[in-house]
Every structure is written in structure tokens, then in C-alpha cells.
Design a protein around this ligand. Structure first.
Ligand SMILES: [Zn+2]
Length: 253
């Protein structure tokens, strides 16, 4: 730490990034005793880098590794699902992420997303380091309500769920990753995430209840765990759930 070093930076957090700050104000003044990267400054304020799409230092775009070594004014912007109109080439987040890994508290969200055909890995006993590793090794966005997890340098893509309600969380993920137009309901196993395959009735008849054998002819089977799916009474319930998600997605945020 050099003696001539202490200097002040003023940070302005835009949009809903304010929710990560201790106070309700979007502006924070910090005194730094040494050269510090943008990522470290943001995260010292409580904001995970995965939530930030644009950083301007004295009006110029920089990346997370940029080192602040003197007095500066820093503007920090969240991800806007709408096309970016200023500094589009300096966005820090990758668009078009279609694969996810969810932390162990998000079973209901995972079920919703799989129901809509979205690829989400989930192990309710997964430890933090496994989640970070899977996210990084497979380029999956990490979904969590634990902001510390998102601060790992190895986590390149992720999202902090604002709501605690699973339907709202599902809609948040669809909006944040712009998934509304790529949904393929009933294409994925709700239990293990594998893509379902059409199954001939004769081949799975041993797994069916007597009435199901009589009333249904079309079946799909999971090649991962063997679960058989058909449009029985549970199907209507799932369709209602999809309807509720789509309705909520179409209303204003
Ligand atoms: Zn399965």
C-alpha cells in the first residue's frame, strides 16, 4: 500500500442494481487505499459482477479487470433485456445463454423451467464449489439467491433471483435471458432434465396403471431416468401452470 495512494471514487448504480446496496441510494463514495479492479470495487459494494452489463469510468467504457488507480467517477448499469443503444460493443454480459445450473434451493423454479423445455441442471445437495465448477466448465448461467456465489471470478454468467416466489422467479429468468420465444413445453424430463423421446405403448405398457393402459395411446419416455409421460390428469395442471407463466410474462415488468 503506497502512502500517496488514498483516493476517492464515486459510484453510481443505475436501474435495479440499487437493491444490492445497503442503503436505498444509488450513489456510494468509497475511499481506496490501493489500486483496485472494477470487479473488486463493485463486489465490495455488494453487487455481483454477473448483474452488471456496462461500466463507465469517467464516461469511458471499461471491463471488470480495469484497475482504478486515481480519483474517478464510475457509472454501473444493469442488464437491459431490450437492445442496448449506447456502447453496445462494450456490454460485459453475453447474450443468448440457453443453459443453466440452479442452486439447491430452487426446485420449484427448476421444475417450471424444465416444463418449458429449458435445460437446467439441478442437484439439491450440490455444494457451492460444484455449482461454480459446473457453471464455469459447461458455460451455464448460475441461478441463485446467494449473491456471494455469483461473485466467484470463475462464474461468467449468472443471475440473482429477486423474488422468492417460484412463478415470479420463472418469469424473471425468461425475461433476463430473453427465452420467451424459444420455449418448447413438454419436451424435457421434469425429474432429470433429459430430452424426452416418443415411446411405443407396447414397450412401456408394464409401467402403466390399468386405466392409463385403456385411455391413452401416446407416450413419451425419458432416456435418462425412464420416467414415462402422457397427457393424463397431471397434464392439465401443467398446462395451467404454463398458461399462468405465459400470462405473467406478457404483463409489464
Ligand atoms: Zn428423466
Amino acid at each position: 500500500m503506497s502512502k500517496e495512494c488514498p483516493f476517492a471514487v464515486r459510484l453510481t448504480f443505475h436501474g435495479d442494481l440499487v437493491l444490492f446496496l445497503r442503503g436505498k441510494r444509488g450513489t456510494a463514495d468509497r475511499r481506496l487505499n490501493e489500486r483496485t479492479s472494477v470487479k473488486d470495487i463493485l463486489e465490495a459494494c455488494g453487487v455481483p459482477h454477473t448483474e452488471v452489463d456496462l461500466v463507465l469510468v469517467d464516461g469511458e467504457p471499461v471491463d471488470f479487470g480495469w484497475v482504478i488507480a486515481a480519483e474517478a467517477t464510475i457509472d454501473i448499469f444493469p442488464i437491459d433485456p431490450k437492445p442496448v443503444t449506447f456502447f453496445p460493443e462494450n456490454c460485459l454480459q453475453v447474450r443468448g445463454i440457453r443453459k443453466f445450473v440452479a442452486d439447491g434451493h430452487l426446485g420449484k423454479l427448476v421444475r417450471d423451467l424444465r416444463l418449458l423445455g429449458i435445460d437446467v441442471l439441478y442437484d439439491r445437495n450440490a455444494e457451492d464449489r460444484q455449482l461454480v465448477k459446473t457453471s464455469s466448465a459447461q458455460d451455464r448461467a448460475l441461478l441463485t439467491r446467494d449473491r456471494r456465489l455469483l461473485m466467484h471470478a470463475a462464474v461468467r454468467h449468472g443471475y440473482y433471483l429477486r423474488s422468492q416466489n417460484s412463478l415470479e422467479q420463472t418469469v424473471e429468468v425468461l425475461r433476463r435471458f430473453d427465452l420467451g420465444s424459444v420455449l418448447t413445453p413438454f419436451s424435457r424430463c421434469l425429474l432429470c432434465n433429459a430430452l424426452l423421446e416418443a415411446a411405443e405403448k407396447e414397450k412401456i405398457i408394464g409401467q402403466l396403471e390399468p386405466l392409463t393402459k385403456i385411455y391413452y395411446d401416446q407416450f413419451r419416455r425419458c432416456p435418462g431416468c425412464g420416467q414415462v409421460y402422457w397427457s393424463g390428469s397431471h397434464f392439465e395442471k401443467l398446462q395451467k401452470r404454463i398458461g399462468a407463466i405465459r400470462d405473467r410474462l406478457q404483463t409489464e415488468a
